[in-house]
Ligand binder design. Structure first.
Ligand SMILES: CC(C)(COP(=O)(O)OP(=O)(O)OC[C@H]1O[C@@H](n2cnc3c(N)ncnc32)[C@H](O)[C@@H]1OP(=O)(O)O)[C@@H](O)C(=O)NCCC(=O)NCCS
Length: 158
């Protein structure tokens, strides 16, 4: 049965950076930030689909600004594109002021999650309802990212 359209879901996660997450320069490991992004994006996908999800693919990431021990990071995950069983989720990372409203953009990543059933097989999700011009803009970006991920898979070889 076709599922009915659903508005996007946004998940916000705020974290304090601990010494266990940083390297000897005192900046966060890229892999640790990636894990936080994956978690935030995965929660947005899971809450949108109302199903368990797995990470299928991660678009290349560029880290724009160092994040240091003691910094506070804010991660915002938002579902921007839906296929039959897959979703593209945009995750933005900001460094935010501890005692003021400062907000510095650090990184954006696009993650593809697939909803799965109890056997790990892909499961249909609701289509994304586009309500604003911004929703439509990000839908286009999500569509291009999904296309790139599929092309990349074809050309990689196993
Ligand atoms: C992701 C996974 C469930 C896809 O299963 P599959 O049997 O290959 O699924 P299908 O080929 O039927 O594709 C299902 C959907 O996933 C998408 N998909 C599959 N692999 C993908 C990839 N590498 N990148 C982007 N999308 C992908 C397909 O485009 C399709 O989307 P649609 O239904 O919206 O059109 C499966 O490959 C898997 O379990 N991978 C491991 C996931 C995991 O454990 N991640 C954590 C890190 S290891």
């Amino acid at each position: 049965m076709e599922k009915s359209e659903r508005e996007t879901v946004e998940v916000i996660n705020t974290e304090l950076v601990f010494p266990s997450q940083t390297n000897h320069y005192g900046t966060i490991f890229g892999g640790k930030l990636l894990a936080l992004m994956d978690m935030t994006g995965g929660l947005a996908a899971m809450r949108f689909a109302c199903e368990e999800v797995v990470t299928a693919s991660i678009e290349a990431l560029d880290f724009k600004m160092p994040i240091k021990q003691g910094d506070i990071v804010k991660l915002i995950g938002r579902v921007i594109y839906t296929g039959r069983t897959s979703m593209v989720v945009k995750v933005d990372v900001y460094k935010i002021g501890k005692f003021n409203d400062r907000k510095d953009f650090c990184c954006r990543g696009y993650f593809i999650f697939v909803a799965v059933d109890a056997n790990g097989d892909p499961k249909a999700i609701p289509p994304l309802k586009l309500l604003s011009e911004e929703d439509k803009k990000f839908w286009g970006i999500g569509e291009a990212i999904r296309k790139r991920a599929i092309e990349r898979q074809k050309t990689k070889g196993d």
